[in-house]
Design a binder for this molecule. Structure first.
Ligand code: NCD
Ligand code: ZN
Length: 354
């Protein structure tokens, strides 16, 4: 990469992948997938549709809908996941994994987040599924928050580690686990100390905002996502984890679009739509931390290594000096307020190199 000088004018890295996206379905699927496909070669696609993608057959159908909705000529590869429920069938998941339809399976604790009502009510109930996944090397992707309403929302990730994650890994020591979109110092330390079978994704917004962003001069629904942004000490710990050169942390945007009226409401939806400029935001973080030498690992190498996939052959370029982010982005007839709306970014995505 061209990062020899303290303040390089451009960055060239292997084309990155996004290891956590919500592409939704229906009329806005094509536009949403197009934003992700502009920057990323592959993406792990979350299964929390309504109804959720719970079987290999549903995942194959959804993958077909994504491919059909992509811009003509796109080589973007959606990597599919199954949504685990109390009744998931290990044989179906194993067959889907063997066929190449299912790359991973997702554990949503029931009622933890958007469209998670069908999630797992007690992780112990899916031990047979986890045993099968460990045996075949299929990664488990975890939304790591307890759903106990007696636990303060800002503590739900840290409590999840004690109550669910650590016991689950003790029962399944060989299982590959991605602790998704980590938001706390506790999670970063847990992953760093765990075995090589445990990794984490980190979003651009959790690297850039803390919980104050939700209350800056008034209530800011577009800064609200789950897991919710935490105190500054946690943001700093996430930045250290992402930029420190460890192979256990990799890029996963958790881009989660909701129409503007669903966000700006008395009970607004959780989710931040960062797909249009995700890579530029990550570049800002690595640049600010003086860690551009580790940017390619986080964005393009660590994820494939963990998932056992080849790195992408192509390269992408970013140049210093960014553009102003649009106030609204149109997708399938809906309007979405993107992450960093109206702000000028420090970097500009200059596309793929030939
Ligand atoms: C996601 C969504 O909208 O699907 N929302 C979010 O705030 N991240 C669900 C999720 O990943 O928790
Ligand atoms: Zn998500």
């Amino acid at each position: 990469m061209s990062a020899e000088s303290a303040a390089p004018a451009e960055i060239v890295i292997r084309q990155p992948d996004d290891w956590h996206v919500h592409l939704r379905d229906g009329a806005w699927l094509g536009d949403l997938a197009g934003h992700t496909a502009r920057q990323f070669a592959r993406a792990i696609v979350m299964p929390n549709l309504a109804p959720p993608v719970t079987t290999s057959a549903m995942a194959a159908d959804y993958r077909q809908r994504i491919r059909a909705a992509l811009p003509a000529g796109s080589t973007f590869e959606p990597l599919m996941t199954a949504y685990l429920t109390d009744h998931s069938d290990p044989a179906d998941l194993a067959a889907g994994h063997g066929d190449g339809v299912l790359v991973a399976a997702k554990l949503y604790p029931a009622h933890a987040t958007t469209n998670s009502a069908h999630g797992v009510s007690d992780a112990g109930l899916i031990d047979p599924v986890l045993e099968t996944m460990a045996r075949i090397g299929m990664p488990l992707l975890v939304h790591g928050e307890v759903t106990d309403s007696a636990i303060d929302i800002f503590d739900r990730e840290a409590v999840f580690i004690e109550r669910v994650m650590a016991p689950l890994l003790a029962r399944h020591p060989g299982l590959k686990v991605v602790f998704e979109h980590i938001t706390t110092r506790e999670a970063a330390l847990f992953v760093a100390d765990a075995g090589p079978n445990v990794a984490a994704t980190i979003t651009p917004h959790h690297l850039q905002i803390n919980r104050n962003a939700m209350f800056a001069g008034g209530i800011r629904p577009h800064a609200y996502c789950l897991p919710v942004a935490k105190r500054e000490v946690h943001r700093l710990a996430l930045r250290a984890a992402a930029t420190g050169g460890s192979g256990k942390f990799f890029l996963g945007t958790d881009t989660a679009p909701h129409a503007v009226e669903a966000k700006e409401a008395a009970c607004g939806c959780a989710g931040i739509f960062n797909a249009p400029h995700a890579l530029e935001c990550y570049a800002e973080v690595f640049d600010e931390e003086g860690a551009l030498a580790h940017f390619e690992g986080f964005a393009s190498l660590n994820g494939p290594a963990f998932y056992g996939l080849p790195v992408n052959p192509g390269r992408v370029r970013l140049v210093r000096g960014g553009e102003r982010v649009a106030e609204r982005v149109a997708a399938g007839g809906r309007a979405i307020v993107p992450y960093r709306a109206g702000e000028v970014l420090g970097w500009r995505f200059a596309g793929q190199l030939d």
